[in-house]
Design a protein around this ligand. Structure first.
Ligand code: GUN
Length: 281
């Protein structure tokens, strides 16, 4: 039976570390880090995520603001709001919760956030810095996954890592972080032969949003599995992208859903906001 990687416990530890760092930062700099979260419309999942981010920000000692804007806001008006936050010296981190309504060009909005305040790490400058292996603000979910690997005692150097999913939010930055940590990295997508690729993985990271897509029998025995998926089944049960029961029979360590990667995303957002307030990496 695999070791369970307890993301909830690790996230609590990261948040406590950030809280202690924030106290030192305030004493040294006489400045309170500020996080502005922009939410557009009424997406129910976004509402829950943003509430969690604001609560965590307050707990670690940040100032935080939620800018809740109407679903029918124009692209121009949203850009104006982002530019105001860029100019506001009390705001050190800006996060625009995704997805945005269909009439908004999300790429343009993300590009409008000042790269120094881009605590999501989604801005093209930060994505470029990551791909070059240079310091910059990194996306929170892959950062959290890297920290969970560390906590599980799994050093990526020399290992075969397989990332299933190639999104800009998780899959691509995850692959780049594993590469930077000297893993041999394969990125899979809908045209990949998944059973064949997954069977090679010493480290498997899955972020596709398809309930239980990865069968436990595909895994290499002893693999370390990071499941980024969070899917609600018709019976209301939350499951990941990996069939947990069978996978936990073959893996040496695995993240549960919920309680694995999810809490880490918010914890790393807190760390990123403190980094941004400190003047960058
Ligand atoms: N929507 C789903 N995940 C994320 C995330 O990490 N950041 C933002 N801004 N929106 C998201």
């Amino acid at each position: 039976m695999a070791q369970l990687i307890d993301g909830k416990a690790v996230a609590a530890r990261v948040r406590a570390e950030v809280q202690a760092d924030v106290e030192r930062f305030k004493a040294a700099r006489g400045l309170v880090p500020g996080l502005a979260v922009v939410r557009v419309g009424e997406d129910p999942a976004s509402k829950i995520y943003v509430t969690g981010k604001k609560k965590a920000a307050e707990e670690v000692g940040f100032r935080s603001w939620e800018h809740h804007l109407r679903e029918d806001i124009s692209q121009e008006a949203l850009l104006v709001r982002v530019r105001q936050l860029n100019e506001d010296p009390s705001v050190h981190g800006i996060l625009v919760q995704l997805p945005l309504p269909k009439h908004i060009d999300a790429e343009r909005i993300i590009s409008a956030v000042s790269p120094e305040k881009d605590v999501d790490g989604f801005h093209p400058v930060n994505a470029g810095l990551l791909s070059l292996g240079q310091p910059g603000l990194r996306p929170c979910t892959p950062l959290g996954a890297m920290r969970l690997l560390e906590e599980a005692g799994c050093a990526p150097a020399g290992k075969r890592a397989v990332v299933v999913g190639r999104s800009n939010i998780v899959g691509k930055p995850m692959a780049l972080m594993l590469l930077q940590a000297d893993a041999t990295v394969t990125v899979c997508h809908r045209k990949s032969d998944l059973p064949r690729e997954v069977a090679q993985a010493d480290i498997l990271v899955v972020a596709v949003g398809v309930p239980e897509l990865i069968q436990g029998e595909w895994l290499k025995p002893g693999a370390v599995v990071i499941d980024v998926g969070m899917n609600r089944k018709p019976d209301g049960k939350l499951v990941g992208d990996v069939a947990f029961q069978a996978a936990s029979q073959r893996a040496s360590a695995i993240t549960p859903v919920p309680g694995g990667v999810g809490p880490m995303t918010i914890a790393m957002l807190m760390r990123n906001t403190l980094i941004a307030a400190s003047g960058g990496v």
